[in-house]
Design a protein around this ligand. Sequence first.
Ligand SMILES: Nc1ncnc2c1ncn2[C@@H]1O[C@H](COP(=O)(O)OP(=O)(O)O)[C@@H](O)[C@H]1O
Ligand SMILES: [Mg+2]
Length: 156
Amino acid sequence: MSAIIDKVLQSESELEAFAGELASLASAGLVIYLRGTLGAGKTTFARGFLRGLGYSGVVKSPTYTLVEPYSFSASLTCYHFDLYRLVDPEELEFTGVRDYFNDTSICLIEWPEKASGYLADADIECELEYHQQGRKMKLSSCSAKGERLLLQLQAD
Ligand SMILES: Nc1ncnc2c1ncn2[C@@H]1O[C@H](COP(=O)(O)OP(=O)(O)O)[C@@H](O)[C@H]1O
Ligand SMILES: [Mg+2]
């Protein structure tokens, strides 16, 4: 049970727009892992996603704070994680990370591999890589919820 979307995004704005489309179909209670090397476009994806949810301010990677919350309503907060600098995943426990995964949150997680075992499972995995002047992206679903969302995105 898995849906897959492969796509080439020629520019930063194309990648942002595509992530925004996904966001416009998404609902709370969702976890997305963002994978790829430095500069692959993970933060760009998160920025586009947040814009798609209606956020218009600056989105920077929370490299030193590990997580940045964006509150949209009582029933939706989006948490953007950047775990690149995480040395000991126990550190995450102290930030109360488990409370971030609930049915009023959407979690976007850069470098999830730095904290495996400490995070909720992903509904969707997004893998980004360099491709000519742009980026190649592979979205894969890892849950029924993620699958429904990707099928809806494909149908749009
Ligand atoms: N689809 C794309 N095509 C070309 N350049 C891109 C694309 N997406 C992002 N970039 C550029 O790549 C750089 C790094 O992106 P970023 O999202 O910060 O990567 P990461 O968070 O994976 O380290 C930015 O300068 C951005 O402009
Ligand atoms: Mg980043």
